[in-house]
Design a protein around this ligand. Structure first.
Ligand code: IZC
Ligand code: ZN
Length: 420
């Protein structure tokens, strides 16, 4: 067996094992294998061996063509997976910061025609090329911070033309740089100004015109809805998601973030792959998600940035057997952060998750939330060689330090794409 790339002498290689079929839950959420003095061998795109450096050097052939990385004193993790982002949008919303500091709530800014609708205006005004350029920039920021795969939602177009433009931009951004993007159609993100007061008429457009085009052009793998008070109700969300499911898309839902509408129960009822946010999830919702194996994608960076006084009940969900993933929710309003390393800190400190639980939440369980766990999310033989080397002596250190980018190298499809 000849390696094209060999990482050796790592202080720790840290990964889940055997969780590519079903996400990790309950006590397994925090199970990681740690290879001290670890090594990983790669041939082409794929991982061909992982273990202790001495053993690997015996069984894997290296030659003058093999790229050898000495990871002495460093930690190797699977490439990070960010399963909830709105990475393609026009403009930015720093001008809303003053309103925020005056205490105007997020949904009030939206009701006044700002918030998401502000970004809709900027996204409609942008050309596809401008959206692509910004998207590439944001993806590069993610990559240098260790993210190798991310979800990318539409939802700042809210017209057929602008939603298609956004998803086409997502496709171009995906192929123009190393971060793999999994596209999600979020036409039901808000009611655009021209349909104000007529959400159902807007949803007719989403269902009858946008969805068939999106599916026909193969521009999305999932469909999502912003199910929230003053945005879309449970009934309206169900209608969109049922139509999307009939057309072959997987389902996701912005659920129970600000008002407890029962989004978690709806996600379980419809067999969604994930329900996201869940700050105000009910006990019933937790039980239904556990029963159906719906992944909770928790977005604690958003909770932090909206200055909410309580976080999603992550411990309760883990104890009830709900698989937990974490994401940045990168977007121009409620979470202008695309760094998963910061999510590690916030999840440990405020969700009270352990560093090992968090690592699984941003690797294998996040890969499950994107339907990609057979290929990515762990350092196991046969998987795609997506890995991050952190300048950290052990994985606890990643939760301990904050605000500094600890990435030393990023490997994507077997190639070093970031070297600090
Ligand atoms: O632009 O504010 N929650 N969608 C649902 C968002 C936040 C993004 C935004
Ligand atoms: Zn979101």
């Amino acid at each position: 067996m000849r390696a094209t790339l060999m990482i050796k002498n790592a202080a720790q290689v840290v990964t889940s094992r055997g969780a590519s079929e079903v996400p990790l839950t309950a006590e397994h959420q925090g199970e990681v294998t740690v290879y001290e003095d670890g090594a990983v061998a790669v041939a082409g795109d794929n991982i061909v061996a992982v273990g202790i450096t001495g053993e690997l050097l015996e069984k894997v052939e290296v030659d003058s063509q093999t790229k050898i990385i000495d990871a002495g004193g460093k930690v190797v993790l699977p490439g990070l997976v960010d399963p909830h982002t709105h990475v393609v949008f026009g403009g930015s919303r720093e001008h809303e910061l003053a309103l925020k500091l005056e205490g105007v709530p997020y949904l009030e800014i939206l009701a006044r025609g700002g918030g998401i609708l502000n970004s809709v205006e900027a996204t409609r005004a942008a050309s596809e090329e401008e959206l692509i350029k910004a998207g590439i920039k944001y993806c590069r920021q993610m990559l240098v911070q260790g993210t190798t795969t991310a979800e990318a939602k539409s939802g700042y177009g809210l017209s057929t033309e602008a939603e298609i433009k956004t998803l086409q931009a997502v496709k171009q951004v995906d192929s123009a740089q190393p971060v793999d993007l999994v596209p999600t159609f979020l036409g039901a993100h808000a009611v655009p100004g021209e349909y104000k007061g007529e959400p159902d008429r807007y949803l007719d457009l989403v269902i009858d015109e946008m969805l068939p085009l999106v599916v026909g052009k193969n521009l999305a793998r999932y469909c999502d809805v912003f199910c929230e008070e003053g945005v879309f109700s449970i009934e309206q969300s169900r209608r969109v998601l049922l139509a999307a499911r009939d057309m072959g898309l997987g389902l996701k839902l912005h659920a129970d973030e600000i008002a407890p509408l029962g989004g978690a129960e709806l996600a379980a009822e419809l067999g969604a792959v994930s329900a996201d946010h869940l700050l105000v999830i009910s006990d019933e919702g937790i039980n239904r998600m556990a029963e159906k194996g719906v992944i909770a994608v928790i977005l604690p960076g958003t909770t932090f940035y909206l200055r909410e006084d309580h976080y999603a009940p992550a411990r309760k969900m883990i104890e009830a057997g709900v698989p937990v993933a974490l994401a940045t929710d990168f977007n121009p309003g409620s979470s202008p952060n695309n760094n998963l390393q910061l999510i590690i800190n916030i999840a440990c400190l405020y969700l009270r998750m352990t560093p090992a639980e968090v690592i699984n939440a941003i690797t294998i369980n996040a890969a499950h939330a994107l339907g990609r766990a057979a290929e990515i999310g762990s350092i196991e033989v046969g998987k795609t060689a997506d890995m991050v080397i952190f300048d950290a002596p052990n994985y606890d250190y990643l939760a301990y330090r904050y605000g500094t980018n600890l990435v030393s190298r990023v490997i994507k499809n077997g190639h070093v794409v970031v070297e600090v």
